[in-house]
Design a protein around this ligand. Structure first.
Ligand code: 5GP
Length: 178
């Protein structure tokens, strides 16, 4: 799989260090609370599993699965919920855990959808963010890394369901997806 990469952007150690920082911050911000981490399937699974183990307050977890229309490397913002949350989030503190924000359209949809359930608070935690690609003004509360506008894979992120199990984040060669 590594031969398909232009370069490794974030290695394992670098990612873990950053996640520890995020976990510490979340633990401080949610002192005496039990936030519900809502993981967006499938890309954020690896991030969730590492992040939750760096958080020292009790947490609950749940999952949402979204399908996005459009081609495989560009979000259309037209999304459909394939799997909804199972836990009741009314009056609960909720943190959406996402792998990457590109245009921001997917998260904007999810945020507005969850907001309708009247949680006590709703925040966003993303491992990666591509600020240049945003098409919408979105408040990201916890961000691991801001990256350039390139297509990345690994650490849960896929291209056509491949590369998710790479332990690091790499930039995929253009010829693989064009
Ligand atoms: P957005 O709606 O913000 O444009 O797109 C968000 C979703 O598109 C992410 O959850 C992810 O599934 C996918 N995505 C956006 N950029 C990338 C990328 O660089 N690599 C991969 N593998 N997926 C991406």
């Amino acid at each position: 799989m590594e031969k398909d990469l232009k370069k490794i952007l974030l290695d394992e150690k670098t990612i873990q260090k950053k996640i520890e920082k995020l976990g510490k911050q979340i633990s401080q911000d949610y002192k005496d609370k039990t936030p519900i981490l809502v993981c967006i399937l499938r890309g954020a699974v690896v991030f969730l599993s590492d992040l939750m183990r760096t958080i020292s307050v009790p947490v609950k977890i749940d999952f949402m699965s979204i399908s996005s229309y459009g081609n495989s490397t560009q979000s259309s913002g037209v999304v459909k919920i394939r799997k909804d949350i199972d836990v009741d989030i009314v009056n609960q503190d909720v943190i959406i855990v996402e792998d990457i924000v590109d245009t921001g359209l997917t998260l904007d949809y999810i945020f507005k959808y969850l907001q309708k359930h009247n949680p006590a608070s709703l925040k966003i935690c993303t491992l990666l963010d591509k600020p240049e690609a945003h098409k919408i003004d979105l408040k990201l509360d916890y961000v691991g890394y801001e990256i350039e506008n390139e297509f990345v894979v690994g650490y849960g992120l896929d291209f056509a369901e491949k590369y998710r199990n790479l332990p690091y984040v790499g930039i995929l060669k253009k010829e693989i997806y064009t």
